[in-house]
Write a protein of this length. Structure first.
Length: 120
């Protein structure tokens, strides 16, 4: 049995057998257009989806919100993301979800009833 030479992978650099060289010649694009407000790139990726439904946009937004550490800076991040994407895609379902998030963030927290509302 003869061993035929294997072809090189499509993404490798033929001039070098060092895997680090392939990384340098094929840079990975950043996950997000706004790493401060969308570090995992969920909102950016949602805007790249042409046939995104409103339900899927809400699910993506929910995942994004859960990924924020303790809700820290969430209203400001929603406002920044809405300002970044809404003008370019006003009819996109994610634009509507971000707008809903802005109005919900602007509302005062509702008073809790029962024992929890009376505790100070």
């Amino acid at each position: 049995m003869t061993d035929a030479p294997r072809p090189a992978p499509a993404n490798s650099n033929p001039a070098s057998s060092n895997p680090a060289d392939a990384v340098r010649t094929n840079p990975v694009p950043p996950k997000s257009d706004d790493p401060a407000n969308d570090p995992r790139g969920l909102i950016a990726e949602a805007y790249r989806m042409a046939d995104l439904t409103a339900e899927a946009a809400r699910a993506i937004f929910f995942d994004w919100a859960l990924g924020r550490s303790g809700g820290e800076g969430r209203p400001e991040a929603i406002a920044a993301l809405h300002a970044r994407y809404a003008a370019a895609a006003p009819d996109h379902p994610m634009t509507a979800v971000l707008a809903e998030g802005l109005t919900a963030a602007a509302r005062a927290p509702a008073r809790r009833g029962g024992r929890a509302g009376r505790r100070s």
